[in-house]
Design a protein around this ligand. Sequence first.
Ligand code: GLN
Length: 285
Amino acid sequence: MSVSQSLRELISNCTLPASEARILLAHLLEMHYQLPRSALLSRDDMRLNEQAFEEWENLVSRRVNGEPIAYILGKKGFHNIELLVSPGVLIPRPETELLVEIALAEITKLNRAAKVLDLGTGSGAIALSIASSTTLASLIATDQSPEALDIAKQNAQSLALSAQIQFEQGSWYEAISQQDQFDVIVSNPPYIASQDPHLGQGDLRFEPESALTDYGSGLSCLQAIISKAGNFLKSGGLIAVEHGYDQSEAVVVLMKDAGLIDVQVHHDLAGHCRAASGRKSLKNP
Ligand code: GLN
């Protein structure tokens, strides 16, 4: 038995925007029929069987209820890799690719084996993108959430990058040996203030709250990470953190207060100051 509507009609009769309906239908065609996305065009008069049609209605209603597409598909593209994502981890954002680029530029400049620390790795997005782009990096990636670490480890395995990354559970630097020192530290910590109305809107409603907000002013995790960076950086080592679009000045102050030098702000593709970096001086060992 097949359903009366063609793929073309399913898309045009769907309550979702056509772009979203196409993404969901392409996913369904891949799962149920092993067909590529191009089947949306080349076989647009095809009819789904009853089981696939039920699944279609289920996917559409999840999206109509606001569930993020990345959680519905269970995956999200980031930098040059694809990651498994589930509601236990933040959905990687394009602006976070900025941290990957900053870290890769530093590793390229060093032009030798580099030790990299990713604090609060979530799905593993930052650490895994770095690992997939250069064999010079050996990484430690931490997270407080065992559920997030499970997902990050699965991603490392499916990308065949496990040998380059060690995963550790704990809060920021508590997760690692207190003697360890790194060439590069990167982090995209929770930085949304607890009062920010965005937490109750859009995709954010479905994401882990502890990955989004510090339950305070938005700056407390950034402060915890920046203030102790000097203990865990080699001389001349670099730390780069992501922050909110309106937190740039405050984060620059945190870096200067921590004695970091060469403090720089970095813009995302939308033009917002989205990351800051600083260096441990060569003089203070
Ligand atoms: N960039 C995310 C957002 O604004 C927040 C991620 C974070 O807090 N690190 O939706």
